[in-house]
Design a protein around this ligand. Structure first.
Ligand code: FES
Length: 314
């Protein structure tokens, strides 16, 4: 994965917890292009690697990358480092953009965003509306108006912004009851929202449904374990505060990665021995029999034996 060193040139608080960061090349050189739905992996000043969607529509040679980060003080520390340690002038190492949630052609679209899951959807909607497209419907679910980034952009006739505080959940069924092959549904948000949309669209053609979870499910308490790297029998200690991926890299085992949130499968490893606590959102039950993702999943047993997955990715 190629990496860039970019400078934060602007920040803005969009809500009390969501901050927008704009990153540019220090010499003003145009950046590698991207399309709506793309993300970059940012190494925070505290050393976390976090995947953030690019919130603008992109193009061939953009002048900047913009991401939005919601501060989660109960998370794994990445968002807190972005909020507390990054300011205008900070240099950050980021990956070139990758896209696992691409916008596919369709006569019409239904976008469903939950909270900060609006970020890739905003990029898609802006691209389509800039092209003059109609039939671009948005359902945007948040807790309150004050906690709704980009609220002012979603006030058109095809937009429905629903604030749950005091009103309960929006009933999505009226929007999903009738399957339509001329519509693509894009949904991004927390796992419960994705599960709901999945259940309510079971009668739709699967190719019309596109989902992105903005964070992998958090596991329980993390305990230390030992990983044995099968190719050379190297023993790698994985402390509670480090991921298997980070511990392998610390000890010189190069494992490819992209999202580092358990949602893309790039860091998949073969499991030869030991019990795994799967914390990802990408592997199927069948795939979990003999593999795991190293960025979020951990061992349940004191020792686990792992090796490279053929091809290194899903
Ligand atoms: S890097 Fe994406 S699942 Fe691990």
């Amino acid at each position: 994965m190629s990496e860039l060193r970019l400078r934060v040139t602007a920040t803005a608080d969009l809500t009390p917890t969501v901050r927008r960061f704009v990153l540019q090349d220090r010499r003003g050189i145009a950046l590698p292009g991207y399309e709506p739905g793309a993300h970059i992996v940012v190494t925070t000043p505290a050393g976390h690697r976090r995947s953030y969607s690019l919130v603008d529509p992109g193009g061939a040679r953009p002048s900047d990358y913009a991401v939005c980060v919601r501060r989660d003080s109960r998370g794994r520390g990445g968002s807190v480092s972005m909020h507390d340690d990054v300011a205008v002038g900070t240099d950050l190492v980021v990956s070139a953009p990758a896209n696992r949630f691409p916008l596919r052609p369709s006569p019409r679209y239904l976008f469903i965003a939950g909270g900060i899951g609006i970020t890739p959807i905003r990029a898609m909607v802006r691209r389509l509306r800039a092209e003059g497209r109609t039939g671009v419907q948005v359902l945007y679910l948040t807790r309150s108006a004050a906690e709704t980034p980009f609220l002012e952009e979603f006030d058109g006739p095809e937009d429905l912004v629903h604030h749950g505080a005091g009103r309960g959940r929006l009933d999505l069924w009226p929007h999903l009851a009738v399957p339509d092959d001329d519509v693509r549904i894009y949904c991004c948000g927390p796992a419960p929202l994705l599960r709901t949309v999945q259940a309510l669209t079971a009668h739709w053609r699967a190719s019309r449904i596109h989902m992105e979870e903005f964070t992998a499910p958090q596991g329980g308490v993390s305990v230390p374990f030992t990983a044995v790297w099968a190719p050379d029998a190297r023993r790698v200690d994985v402390p509670a505060h480090l991921s298997l991926l980070a511990a392998l890299r610390r000890d010189g085992v190069p494992v490819p990665s992209s999202c580092e949130a358990g949602v893309c499968g790039t860091c998949r490893l073969r499991v030869m021995h030991g019990e795994v606590e799967h914390r990802d959102s990408v592997l199927t039950p069948g795939e979990r029999d003999a593999s795991m993702v190293a960025c979020v999943s951990r061992a349940r047993s004191a020792e686990i034996v792992v090796g490279p997955w053929e091809g290194g990715s899903t």
